[in-house]
Every structure is written in C-alpha cells, then in structure tokens.
Design a protein. Structure first.
Length: 710
C-alpha cells in the first residue's frame, strides 16, 4: 500500500539499518548514517548523476523504476553497487510514498542482506512499509502505547514493554508503556535485580530464544507468566548513557529469531529517539505531575491514573487494592530537626516504598505532606492486599539514615479494596483514609481494613476535633489516678496521672479518643502543661493530707513535650508552683520518643535526673528494646507493657519475653513496674522472677482525685 505521510525521511533516516530515500522534489537520493558508513561516503545526499557513478553500468536501466511516479506497490531491486571493497550485489525493498491527495513524494529503499529467507524478507518489507505510516504522527504517551501494541502484533508475542530507569534508584525501572496479554498499561515500578533486564543494562542487548526462566530463577514475572523467550535492548541518550530499556517476551520460544532481532532493531532505534524527545518535552509537564521532592506522582496526576485503572478494572472485571500510608509522628520530626531533615526522611521513605513494591504492578503517590498512597493492580483477594500492607509495617524495623543519625519511625496504613469497598476514586480514598485514621486512634504502627462502621467514627471524630479547641478553657479535662503498689508491702508508693475528657455530648472519654487529635491540632503542648501542673498540685495536697511525703506522681510526656527546648523550665516551674520536691515527680517516656533522636534524648533525660526528677521508660517491650541502648539511657525504671502481662498464662513466648525484660532490667539495676496486673497469678509469676512493683485493675482502676483514699 502506498504511504500517505508528509515527511517519510524524518522517520526512516533514524533507522540503524541501511536506508535511502529518493525525493521527487529535488531529484536527489538521501542516505542515512548506516548506508553512508557502509558505502564509505561522506555525503548524506547525492544527485542523479552521482548515482550513475555508484551503480554498475549494466544495472543503470533500473534507475527509471525509482523515478516513476505512478507505481503504487512495494517492489524489489537487485543490482550491483559500488562499496568500499568494490561492486557487490544488493537487494533493496523499495516503497513508494504519496501525500493524502496522492501527490508523489518519492521512494524509500531498505538494503537487506541475504541472510533472510523470502518469507522473512516479505514480513520485514511489510513492517518497513508500515513504520513510517504508523509512527510518523504519533507522539508522547500515545506513541509508546501504539508502539508496544504494534510490536506485539507484528512479532506475535505476549509482552512488550518500554521502561525508563528511575532517577532515584538505578536498579528500578518505571514503565512508560507495557503490553501484556491484550492489555496496555503504564506507570508502575519493578526491580531489575535477578532479571535479564539487569544484564541488558550492562550488555546493552540480551537475546534468549528459549528457556529464559532457568537462567533467571528469581524473576517472579518470568515464572508467573511462564515466559520462555526474551529479547531486550538498552535505550541510550546522546551521551551513550543507559536511560531506559525495551523488552519483548513470549510464553513460547521465538520461532524467527533473526527476523525478530532485525525488526526489533529498527523499532528500538525509533523509540530511543522518541524517548529522548519525550524526556526533553516532559520536564515541564513532570513538574506538574510528579512531586519534586520524592519523584512520586502528585495527587492530581494520581487521581487521573486511578480513574483510568478503575475503568480498566470495571471493563475487565479485575480487582484493585488501595493503601494509604501515613508516617507516624512526622510533624514532631519537623519540629525537632527542621524541615530539611524532614524532607530527607520523606525522600528516603519514597525510595523505600519503590523498592518494597518494585515487583508489584502498582502506582505510588505522595498525596500530602506525610501521606502516601499505593494503588495495587493485578490483585486477587483482600488477603493479598493486607499481606502487602503488613509487609510495609514489618519493613519499618530498620532505621533510616538521616545525615549521620539513625532514625526509627513507624507507619499507619488504611486499606480499601475494589470493588468491595467502592467503585469510584473518591470512595476508595475516603474509605482507606477512614481505616488509616482508626489505626492512628488505636496506637499506630499497624494496618486496618475498611469496614462500614469507620465512616460513622470519622463523623464523630470531626465533631470531637471541633469541640477540642474550647475544652481546656471550659475546664472539661480531668485527671484520674491509678495507684502503683509495692508487692512486698502492698503499700501504695505513687500514682500515675491519666487524663480524661468530660465531653458534654459523648461523656467521659479516655485519651484513646482525643490525644491524636490534640497532637494534630498542636494542642498537645498546652494539654501536657495542664496535666503536669494539676498532677503536681494534687500530689502536694495528698502528701499534706495523708502525711506521705514519700508519695510520688507519674506524668506521661507527649512526644511534642519531650522535644520542647523549654521542657526543663516548665517542669521545674510546675514543681515550684506546687512546692513539690523534684524527687516526688516521675516523668514517663516511651521507647519511640527516645529513639527519634537518641543523643538528644540522653541529654534531656540527664538534665532532669541531675535535678532529682525520676524517669521511667513506659510500654517497654513493644518497641526496639535492646540492652545496648537501654544501658546508655539515664532512666530509673522500666514499665513492662500490659500486653505482655495479660498474656503471661497464655503462651510460652510471652512468658519468655517478660522474663527477658526483667532479667535485662535487673542487670542494669533498674526498678521494674509491671502494668496491667489483673490476677493474683500475675503477681505470683512476677514476684518469682524478681518484679515487685505493680499497677493494674487487680488493685484499682484509675479514679478521680475525690475518690482516692490512702
């Protein structure tokens, strides 16, 4: 079929095999680089008279065939051509080109070697005939989508992909376009490690006609899709650096290897140029689509991609999973270390997410300051999505290096599942966010799958958030006190002050319902100061009333309070105002708070202890407990978390953990307080192991001050 494009040579001259084009307008023949090099020529175009000097005199009569404006079909030319080493026989595939109004433009010629059989030559001829027409007008994403579909159909293979090397991690490829089993998609990341693509980056081309799985047993994609054959080529920029990769794969061996490689080479050169062009053109567009800090999709672009995936999932009856991931305590990091270190943590976490999901078909986005979202494709069950969420939780056990310091953090994840939890973008995001908010309310550092009850909980939370701003002024907060008991004497040695909110509409609320809201709103600092002052005041009243100057009061510090540079000033201000001795005040901190800036934590705690204030490490055992860091902390006691005490008689693992914690504390000569003691059996076991101080419902629930009696 005659071609109907305006500038055929613009496309054809870029091919890496010998090509020429006779231009009817100026009666000249244009040669691409491959042909000029083959002929040993410097000129990229020659006149008709110069052509006569190159063609054997007995074959000159064939010239009229390539100047005839009336031919409509592709044909072959066999003639002798002068080259660097004398005349040689060449075989050209010649194709006429016309405009839409049938104006004759000229002929293109493809010089092919004799290594192709006639059927292969015919197929190569057809592909060259189609290339100019197919790819001359396409550009950008439509070009790449058309390309992978075209190449898959031309070669009869299952899979074709074009990928771009990640700018953050050269071991990860981001797909520009991928055709697999009839579906074209884009925008996900996969790891090159252990795959033939990894070798392509080094060798620039890899070809396996069959049995590629046995050579790369760690490649999950090859195994899952039973891939047998593979052909990959590196895409280079003008400096010769690898910037991407193009791959074809099939579930059966390649039956026409030489032909596939020839066609692949033609198209690979074209896409290499298009990739370079697209990268140059997309810089400005990328600024609007991708987050400059993390390189992940921005919220608006993610929204666009998600709509596409939802439509595809509806059309193909497939399922999707959505994870909303929130970095716990990120605001405190910014307050403590500054925005520069906070940004560095966000960058590192984005890289961590890309690696975690590198072998999953997914789209990752940063949708707000410290919130990320992952849309998982090709999932079958809710359990599969939840398994990935749990994998992210577990992967956070290792620290991030921020400058020269290690930083431990955790994440809270909400999960929604298409189509079970909603069929549109808004519902999926809203439900996953509701699940994530529930995680944050209940202690963070885990995932939650959405259920319908969460929507009502979110509405109630909004009401509480609004009421919280005026609760302190309205004196709606109260303290309840839970005694701490010496097991040897069964005598009260102190109280822990626990805040409650007497909310007019919802009743008496525990911190579970409002502390996170106070942290998010910034009210936690004011609330913490109120607790500190009120607890000190109340203890002094009891000391005088019951003549117990030895009685202590324990106050929990929030993460925001702990990093406050004026913490010591506020603590000693409260002690002075209540006329309370520093030795009677205990501040309780958590492992997570300490590990966020270990060196600074040591300095802060040392300042407090040097002036007589006691320090207890709360919830011990649920974090990154280790003897090495505990031995360096200036603390007086550890409190074994209630979750371990409650399970003492439930299994050997929890018993072993409690025993190990007690032994660790004893080796450092620290006081040990067991929280959550509810049964006599707990006391018997703990006393046998050497823990003699207790707190829990077995002795008393937290009570308001007026109910406390010594």
């Amino acid at each position: 079929m005659a071609q109907t494009i305006d500038h055929p040579w613009k496309t054809l001259k870029q091919l890496s095999i010998p090509m020429w084009f006779f231009d009817q307008r100026d009666q000249r023949v244009y040669l691409n680089d491959a042909l000029t090099e083959d002929l040993g020529m410097d000129n990229a175009s020659i006149s008709k008279s110069e052509i006569r000097d190159l063609i054997h005199k007995e074959d000159l009569s064939l010239m009229k065939l390539v100047t005839d404006p009336n031919r409509k079909q592709t044909f072959h030319l066999n003639y002798r051509l002068k080259s660097k080493n004398g005349y040689r026989w060449v075989k050209d595939v010649v194709t006429p080109f016309h405009t839409d109004d049938q104006t004759f433009l000229g002929y293109s010629g493809l010089s092919v070697s004799g290594s192709f059989c006639q059927d292969e030559l015919n197929q190569l001829k057809r592909s060259i005939t189609e290339i100019g027409e197919a790819f001359s007008t396409a550009n950008g994403q439509s070009f790449f989508n058309f390309f992978v579909e075209y190449l898959a159909g031309l070669l009869g293979v299952n899979t074709v992909l074009v990928g771009e090397l990640s700018t953050d991690d050269k071991g990860v490829v981001s797909t520009i376009s991928m055709y697999h089993d009839g579906v074209t998609s884009s925008g996900y990341h996969y790891s090159l490690e252990g795959t033939p693509c990894e070798d392509v980056l080094v060798e620039h081309e890899c070809f396996f006609q069959a049995d590629v799985q046995s050579l790369y047993p760690e490649d999950d994609f090859l195994r899952q899709h039973d891939i047998q054959s593979y052909l990959g080529k590196a895409l280079l920029n003008s400096q010769g650096d690898v910037v991407g990769i193009i791959v074809i794969m099939d579930s059966k061996p390649f039956s026409n290897g030489p032909l596939s490689r020839a066609i692949f080479q033609i198209l690979a050169d074209r896409i290499e140029n298009e990739l370079t062009k697209m990268k140059a053109e997309s810089k400005l567009q990328k600024l609007s689509q991708y987050d400059s800090l993390t390189g992940l999709a921005k919220r608006d672009y993610f929204s666009e991609l998600m709509k596409q995936e939802l439509k595809a999932a509806c059309d193909q009856d497939t399922k999707l999973g959505l994870l909303i991931i929130d970095l716990d305590n990120f605001k405190m990091i910014n307050d403590t270390w500054g925005h520069e270190k906070g940004d560095e943590l966000l960058r590192e976490f984005a890289v961590h997410l890309k690696r975690t999901f590198a072998r999953k078909r997914c789209i990752i986005s940063r949708i707000s300051s410290d919130e990320f979202v992952v849309l998982l494709k090709d999932v079958s069950t809710v359990d599969e999505v939840c398994s990935m969420a749990d994998h992210v939780i577990q992967s956070m056990g290792r620290p991030f290096m921020i400058g020269q310091k290690e930083y431990y953090t955790t994440v809270s994840i909400g999960v929604s599942f298409f189509p079970h939890d909603g069929t549109d973008e808004d519902a999926m995001l809203r439900y996953a966010n509701a699940a994530m908010q529930k995680v944050k309310r209940s202690g963070k550092n885990r995932y939650e799958l959405y259920d319908a009850q969460m929507s009502q909980e979110m509405r109630e939370e909004m009401m509480l958030k609004q009421a919280l701003h005026h609760a302190l002024d309205k004196r709606e907060f109260v303290l309840h006190y839970q005694p701490q008991i010496c097991g040897r004497t069964r005598r009260i040695i102190g109280y822990e002050a626990l805040i409650r909110w007497q909310q007019p509409e919802f009743g008496l609320l525990s911190p579970h319902f409002f502390i996170r809201l106070a942290e998010e709103s910034g009210m936690i600092t004011q609330l913490g100061e109120w607790v500190l002052n009120e607890a000190c005041r109340q203890l002094k009243v009891w000391q005088l009333r019951y003549k117990r100057p030895d009685l202590n009061i324990s106050v929990n510090l929030s993460a925001r309070q702990f990093v406050d540079e004026t913490l010591s000033e506020k603590i000693f201000g409260a002690l002075e105002a209540s006329n309370l001795s520093p030795e009677n005040l205990v501040v309780e901190i958590t492992e997570t708070m300490v590990l966020q800036d270990f060196d600074r934590s040591i300095e802060t705690l040392k300042q407090l202890r040097d002036k007589g204030v006691k320090v207890h490490l709360d919830d011990f055992g649920v974090g990154f407990s280790s003897l090495s860091y505990l031995s360096r902390l200036p603390v007086d006691a550890i409190k074994i978390d209630r979750s371990f005490i409650n399970k003492i008689d439930a299994g050997e693992n929890d018993v072993a953990i409690v025993s190990a914690i007690i032994a660790m504390a004893q080796s450092l000569r620290l006081q040990i307080i067991a929280e959550g003691v509810e049964r006599e059996a707990h006391i018997r076991y703990l006393s046998q192991k050497g823990c003699y101080d207790y707190q829990g419902y077995y002795f008393s629930k937290p009570q308001p001050a007026e109910c406390v009696s010594l």
